[in-house]
Design a protein around this ligand. Structure first.
Ligand SMILES: [Zn+2]
Length: 203
């Protein structure tokens, strides 16, 4: 047993070094890159125990957040696209629902408590192995404030949205999709615009 009470697999134990590691960090010293039997892609496979480490796309959750006719945007304080405006969004955490993740990101990045109303869009961004789920939400209380990942947060009328300073194509898509179904209660979630995989920054 390790100090955290979990059982250490024997094959991994032999490979542990004296360097301090977080308790759950895998040691990849015994891993090789090969196509496992019955698979079609190269994976990281442990030579000792056969354990396969799968790298799969990450899930990003976020929301188009409105108050009245205005849109809540955050100016990024971190790379990539530092200094550009975005919807509050980020990586889903383990054992978290997508809605809870979108609400958490709104709080972390914009100090905003939101009420989620519908799933607005699901995007595939294969270049960076991401799937993005963007919700439609309103501010549940009027307060908001920049979190550590944001330089500033603001409410923008449609015509005042800094269109040339938006961080990612999916931000542009989401704002436009929001407008398409504004006031519509039930609708099918949108996907990538036809032929657009979200590569590159918005024009
Ligand atoms: Zn192993």
């Amino acid at each position: 047993m390790r100090p955290d009470g979990r059982v250490q697999p024997a094959g991994m134990l032999a490979q542990l070094t004296s360097a301090p590691k977080p308790p759950d960090a895998p040691s990849f010293k015994t891993f090789e890159r090969r196509v496992p039997d019955g698979d079609t892609l190269e994976r990281l496979v442990c030579r000792d125990c056969g354990h396969i480490h799968y790298d799969n796309p990450k899930i990003v959750v976020g929301a188009v957040i409105t108050q009245g006719e205005k849109f809540l945007l955050a100016k990024r304080a971190i790379h990539p696209r530092k200094g550009y405006w975005t919807l509050p969004a980020g990586y889903l955490e383990e054992r978290e629902t997508t809605e809870a993740g979108a609400a958490r990101e709104a709080m972390e990045e914009a100090g905003a408590t939101i009420a989620i109303d519908a799933l607005l869009a699901v995007y595939s961004i294969p270049r960076i192995s991401q799937v993005q789920l963007i919700y439609r939400a309103t501010l549940a209380s009027p307060e908001f404030a920049a979190g550590p990942e944001s330089l500033e947060v603001g409410l923008f009328a449609w015509d005042d949205i800094p269109w040339t300073e938006l961080a990612f194509p999916s931000v542009v898509w989401s704002l436009n999709y929001f407008r398409e179904v504004q006031g519509v209660k039930v609708f099918a979630p949108f996907t990538n615009p036809v032929g657009d995989l979200g590569n590159g920054a918005p024009a």
